[in-house]
Design a protein. Structure first.
Length: 186
């Protein structure tokens, strides 16, 4: 009789262990599902948008995702050479093409409305969900005619992360492609 009781206690303990194991596995699975759902609610989706007309040109970084994009690294190049900022790039272009500078000055003296606005994205810049970060905004046919044929020389690469630490890269040169998932930003 003692042996029967011992076996019954053993079976009860075994079933309790089995039930607690199933509960633990279910909890772990549910936690992963919730984490995945939360990650989707803060997912940024960054792309580049270039718009132009005969008298205007604009290059923007768009975040069409659900959460903010935190820029972790930004690389700006011109003909493959690194540039510290968009502003430094335009300063170098002034030196590279003095005829363009003369043409722009002549247009200004003639009263043409010209405007150039730049904003260099930096490490730590946050682009909120459903918003745009303008990089270059150029107004005035004289400037646009000089810059538009050269915009293919511009390189702009971003590595950005979500609030949960998931990271992606996106490049202006491959602006038709999807952001590429990476482990982390360098």
């Amino acid at each position: 009789m003692n042996e029967k009781r011992l076996r019954l206690d053993f079976l009860v303990a075994l079933f309790a262990l089995l039930i607690s194991t199933v509960a633990a596995v279910a909890t772990i699975y549910q936690t992963r599902v919730i984490a995945s759902q939360f990650s989707a609610t803060v997912w940024p989706y960054v792309s580049f948008e270039a718009t132009n007309s005969p008298s205007s040109l604009e290059l923007d970084i768009r975040n069409d995702g659900l959460g903010p994009a935190i820029l972790r690294s930004v690389k700006i190049t011109w003909d493959g050479e690194a540039e510290p900022s968009i502003e430094a790039l335009f300063a170098a272009l002034r030196k590279e093409d003095p005829n363009a500078v003369r043409a722009i000055r002549a247009a200004l003296h003639a009263g043409a409305p010209l405007r150039l606005t730049t904003s260099t994205p930096n490490q730590g810049t946050v682009i909120p969900a459903n918003s745009v970060h303008p990089v270059i905004k150029m107004e005035g046919a004289v400037m646009v005619d000089r810059f538009r044929p050269q915009i293919h020389r511009l390189g702009l690469s971003l590595c950005y992360c979500s609030l949960t630490g998931s990271c992606w890269t996106q490049s202006y040169q491959s602006r038709t492609s999807e952001p590429r998932s990476v482990r982390s930003c360098a």
